[in-house]
Design a protein around this ligand. Structure first.
Ligand SMILES: Cc1cc2nc3c(=O)[nH]c(=O)nc-3n(C[C@H](O)[C@H](O)[C@H](O)COP(=O)(O)OP(=O)(O)OC[C@H]3O[C@@H](n4cnc5c(N)ncnc54)[C@H](O)[C@@H]3O)c2cc1C
Ligand SMILES: *[C@@H]1O[C@H](CO)[C@@H](O)[C@H](O)[C@H]1NC(C)=O
Ligand SMILES: *[C@@H]1O[C@H](CO)[C@@H](O)[C@H](O)[C@H]1NC(C)=O
Ligand SMILES: *[C@@H]1O[C@H](CO)[C@@H](O)[C@H](O)[C@H]1NC(C)=O
Ligand SMILES: *[C@@H]1O[C@H](CO)[C@@H](O)[C@H](O)[C@H]1NC(C)=O
Ligand SMILES: *[C@@H]1O[C@H](CO)[C@@H](O)[C@H](O)[C@H]1NC(C)=O
Ligand SMILES: *[C@@H]1O[C@H](CO)[C@@H](O)[C@H](O)[C@H]1NC(C)=O
Length: 655
């Protein structure tokens, strides 16, 4: 037994400290109780019991080697789904999945609706506000896309979950977890579907959709037992960045949250670490969490903060989403608002010639170790323009919180004089904003859905890479070669050091603390290529391009929320030396692996066996070594047309 867990263990069970209701949102006060379960019929008790309540019954399901799929004999009967629906907080809480693009195929085909949907498809909100769509559809398996985006031939459920609980209360979440666990059904969790690796979807799953949990509460002077005293904001699980920033601005404060307006805050973002335009001033978003409320794998609702379940609190701040439970709310510190200056500029090789273009681009990248010490966050893109010889650099933007326009000009003066000496004309647009919110709104536009061709990888590049001319040259050449090979590189230049973060002890990837450049690259892989061609392209991306990035950053890592689905040695890459403790906490808390997501902490024992052999969620989740053969899944379960699936299941709602 690891010593840090000993205080939590009583006779082999985790001691769960219940939440105090006065700190709860109204939706958190509606809970499932053990007494209620005991009052149910025997059949319902079996479906909805807490894991530690009816041990002899749930033990039967624990023996399963695969999560059951809709075509398996042991899949819950339609009667069982109806019983679930009946226990949920409202008649329409349980949703049967209908992929949006089913209007483009088969019996539900409606050309006008399909055209309308196709027009809206690249808008992220078309997917965020839908119960089952995700923003990186490649990992769903592309089984129901609008035909002009990707011809799916037939619309099938593929890697979409079968059912969704649109959670409106903690009760709904507890019932969903207990039902999935007791019945051997795969469980997934979605808020916005932003995850880049498919972690918020899964074949045959029951999904808990947290998106409606929009409560926000502001505290002028929150007093936390750990010693913090000051402004704080508590947000429900469905709150997105734009909603949180607006609430903070309404009270004259700022919070550490992301640049993307539609990212969900309490789920994957904050649990995975969370970088922010304020990260060079305050570190990562997870560094400022005061407490979480969550429902655990056994179905218990509890608080994780510095005094209640402190190991879980440690793990939830960086350990990743979909691992330790469903977080229902989070309380974070808020800071005094501040003015911001933002600068944007671009460089174009068609105007400069490639030599001057690369020299001017290198002159900015070379500064990576300097600017963040002045609190800045810059987001830039270096992209090939498609003709094989021309390139663009776009700064979008250089974000300087707490700085005036004149101070920002001073900061950039050495860069601008370097451009002058290179004979590179430049005309930056420098804008001073009176507060954070107006700067963030103006400078970070809505990002579109990822297209069906995009493959992504990333690396955290340490400050030491930029400390010598040799290091700067080697680092830049690797990035430049990547762009010259036809890939776009995104750079996030900021430094979330332990010192600026206030020396928190949490599970955030230690590689962040010495990193000054979070670099991402994307490659296009045609999804219509053969399986062999796709696997070979992915191999050359992961083991070719990305290996060169790893070779120049030994011992560093990658940001789990913006990473390659096929990241090698992902435990070290995403968590470094914190992995062993995370794994021990996961194993204690979730002995039946109720929460499983690809490359999440403790996911080693299971894998998805996809029907097409590609890395995606369209296949059964099985214990490694016990995988069903691909052909069996294909013929029996996953390729069943949507209409048959709908007939097979009697309407679960309104019973
Ligand atoms: C357009 C775009 C912009 C981005 N900008 C930033 C940025 O500025 N900074 C940054 O750090 N990252 C950014 N990201 C990455 C982002 O942090 C991840 O995609 C993150 O996983 C999003 O979390 P989500 O909960 O919104 O997404 P989802 O896909 O809904 O969930 C992500 C993961 O968390 C789990 N999860 C969701 N809710 C809960 C919950 N309540 N409890 C437990 N598990 C849960 C899901 O099961 C899944 O595993 C961006 C991504 C995109 C696509
Ligand atoms: C497309 O977007 C428009 C405007 O947001 C909306 O009114 C319409 O319902 C959407 N259509 C579909 C099919 O999502
Ligand atoms: C599409 O459906 C038809 C009719 O059911 C079937 O013959 C065909 O194999 C399906 N195609 C795919 C790619 O699943
Ligand atoms: C943690 O949460 C519990 C339950 O809500 C509360 O009693 C306790 O004071 C909190 N601890 C801190 C450090 O605030
Ligand atoms: C930037 O940081 C350096 C080193 O800490 C400091 O000397 C300088 O004044 C800062 N510049 C601005 C404009 O704040
Ligand atoms: C670094 O690269 C520049 C060209 O970008 C070159 O002039 C310089 O000699 C190189 N320095 C070292 C130490 O390799
Ligand atoms: C990378 O190479 C390793 C070792 O050969 C292999 O196991 C892995 O599957 C490769 N990764 C990809 C994405 O092909």
């Amino acid at each position: 037994m690891m010593p840090f867990l000993s205080s939590l263990i009583i006779a082999g069970a985790i001691l769960l400290v219940p939440s105090q209701s006065h700190t709860l949102f109204p939706f958190e006060t509606k809970q499932l109780t053990r007494e209620h379960v005991e009052s149910l019929s025997e059949e319902d008790q079996r479906l909805f019991a807490f894991d530690d309540q009816l041990l002899e019954l749930s033990a039967a399901q624990a023996a399963t080697t695969c999560r059951y799929g809709p075509a398996d004999g042991k899949w819950p009967s339609s009667n069982a789904w109806q019983r679930l629906s009946k226990q949920l907080s409202a008649a329409d809480t349980l949703i049967t999945t209908t992929p949006q693009a089913s209007v483009c195929y088969g019996p539900s085909k409606n050309d006008a609706k399909c055209q309308d949907l196709t027009k809206n498809w690249s808008n992220s909100y078309t997917h965020i506000d839908d119960p089952t769509e995700i923003l990186s559809p490649v990992y769903q398996g592309l089984t129901c896309q609008p035909p002009s985006i990707y011809d799916s031939v037939n619309c099938t459920l593929g890697g979409y979950p079968s059912y969704v609980i649109r959670a409106a209360t903690v009760l709904d979440i507890q019932l969903g977890i207990n039902f999935a666990r007791n019945d051997g059904v795969r469980l997934v969790v979605k808020n916005t579907g932003h995850d880049y690796t498919g972690k918020s979807t899964g074949y045959g799953a029951l999904s808990i959709w947290t998106h409606s949990l929009k409560d926000i509460q502001f505290f002028d002077n929150y007093i936390d037992g750990s010693g913090y005293k000051g402004p704080a904001i508590k947000t429900g699980a469905g709150v997105q960045t734009s909603e949180l920033y607006k609430a903070a601005n309404d009270h004259g404060v700022v919070v550490v949250a992301g640049q993307g307006q539609s990212v969900g805050v309490p789920g994957g973002y904050i649990q995975g670490g969370g970088h922010s335009p304020l990260s060079s001033l305050y570190g990562m978003a997870a560094d400022h969490v005061l407490g979480f409320e969550l429902v655990t794998p056994i179905g218990e609702f509890l608080t994780a903060n510095s005094t209640s379940n402190p190991d879980l609190f440690w793990a939830l701040r960086g350990g990743g989403g979909s691992t330790f439970g469903v977080v229902t709310s989070v309380i974070i510190k808020a800071f005094k608002d501040l003015p911001v200056t933002a600068a944007t500029w671009s460089l174009d090789s068609t105007k400069l010639g490639t030599d001057r273009f690369w020299a001017a681009t290198k002159a900015f990248v070379d500064r990576s170790g300097n600017d963040p010490d002045n609190g800045t966050y810059s987001y830039f893109k270096v992209s090939p323009n498609g003709n094989g010889k021309d390139y663009m650099f776009n700064m979008q933007p250089f974000f300087a919180p707490g700085k005036t326009a004149s101070q920002t000009n001073t900061l950039l003066a050495t860069y601008f004089s370097k451009l002058t000496s290179l004979n590179v004309p430049f005309s930056p647009k420098i804008t001073e904003y009176k507060n954070f919110y107006s700067a963030w709104q103006a400078e970070f536009p809505l990002e579109p859905q990822s297209d069906v061709q995009t493959v992504l990888g990333s690396r955290l590049i340490p400050r030491s890479n930029f400390a010598s001319e040799v290091g700067r040259n080697i680092t830049f050449n690797v990035l430049r070669t990547t762009v010259e090979a036809g890939q776009t590189v995104l750079g996030f230049n900021f430094a979330p050091t332990l010192a600026v973060a206030g020396n928190p002890d949490n599970a955030v990837n230690p590689a962040w603390r010495s990193s000054v450049l979070h670099a991402i690259t994307t490659r296009r892989v045609n999804p219509k290529s053969s399986t062999t061609e796709i696997l070979s392209a992915r191999n050359s991306f992961t083991n070719g391009t990305m290996q060169k990035w790893r070779d120049i950053t030994p011992g560093s890592g990658s940001y789990l929320n913006e990473a390659d689905r096929l990241e090698p040695s992902w435990q070290q890459s995403f968590w470094g030396d914190k992995y062993a403790r995370l794994l021990a906490i996961k194993k204690e808390l979730d002995r039946k692996d109720v929460f499983w997501a690809h490359n999440a902490v403790g996911s080693e024992g299971w894998a998805v066996s996809s029907v097409d052999g590609l890395p995606n969620e369209n296949g059964k989740l099985c214990v490694v070594g016990e995988m069903v053969s691909t052909s069996r899944v294909r013929s029996s379960a996953t390729r069943v047309p949507l209409t048959v699936r709908e007939q097979a299941v009697a309407e679960p709602t309104g019973v």
